[in-house]
Design a protein around this ligand. Sequence first.
Ligand SMILES: Nc1ncnc2c1ncn2[C@@H]1O[C@H](COP(=O)(O)OP(=O)(O)O)[C@@H](O)[C@H]1O
Ligand SMILES: [Mg+2]
Length: 359
Amino acid sequence: MAGLELRQLRKSYGNVEVIKGVDLNIEHGEFVVFVGPSGCGKSTLLRMIAGLEDISGGELRIGGKVMNHVEPRDRSIAMVFQSYALYPHMTVYENVGFGLKLAKTPKDVRDQKIREAARILQMEHLLDRKPGQLSGGQRQRVAIGRAIVRQPEVFLFDEPLSNLDAALRVDTRMEIAKLHQNLGASMIYVTHDQVEAMVLADKIVVLDGGVVQQVGSPIELYQRPANLFVAGFIGSPKMNLLPVTVEAVSDGKVTISSKDLAATDIAANSSGISAGETVTLGVRPHALQISSSATLVGRVALVERLGNETNVNVELPTGGQLMAVLDGDQPLQIGHGIALGFDSSDAVIFDGEGQARHL
Ligand SMILES: Nc1ncnc2c1ncn2[C@@H]1O[C@H](COP(=O)(O)OP(=O)(O)O)[C@@H](O)[C@H]1O
Ligand SMILES: [Mg+2]
């Protein structure tokens, strides 16, 4: 049973700190995804857990034991990388079993583990092939097979799908989700793709600049982003963020308006916010609807008709832009006026520091 605890984990290269005090608990069996833009420290944090990078400060525990100075092979982990680096002259069977051979695992035990991994990954018919005779997706499965035979308590994946084409990414993503259900091991998965994070994770850790911005379930992050960074990062298309002026404040409510927006009441934690201040209104594209109450009036700048829904880019009078995703097919004309409204319970206020003011 191996849960993980990260306490104030830090990493510096020279005098540049790239992981800035990360606290995190990962329960046994949980599927955790580290997500964030390129360069935010995802791989570094994963490699620190794997033991491939020294830890500059703080404490890492796996299964309750401090692991800061334990060798990678003694951590009960297995890592799958973006570039799967298979041995080209070996068959799939030999590639999957190579680590076991090095560890001097008896031949019959090795054989049984290789065949079991091949069964789980549905690649029994590929065991005699060499990597050159496999597709990208099949090679990635071999790399995952190499991890499975080690029977680790924790699987670490660093962007394992990014070398695959779009269709294969979706298939392999589902295979990884099934693998997690079947094996019951803890998995930590790194990606810059928020959709991958949303569909795979029990728990998402959003990182930016080596700092955890928010930890939560996919739906928590979508519905209650903690700050502007998470609001803009999670969800596709991105949440609309509009600067607005505070007209009035009462307990649990803020009244806002702008040159683009008619006065609107939004339920919010209003403590410390005062009239006249500029705050940010967040509304998801899917929360906007064509409305006669005309909270927001603009001009249709771009229309994408997908059949089941219609994406509209709207230019506001002051030059700002809005994205709306409308239900069904909406034959809108570019250049025509459009009036949009939203349910105020779908809107979020972000204060001057960019912190969300959920009630
Ligand atoms: N060996 C290294 N030496 C110096 N800086 C590094 C090294 N490895 C990574 N970095 C820096 O640490 C930061 C985080 O990198 P990384 O963890 O690879 O980001 P991510 O995986 O989120 O794209 C980046 O700014 C990167 O340039
Ligand atoms: Mg990386």
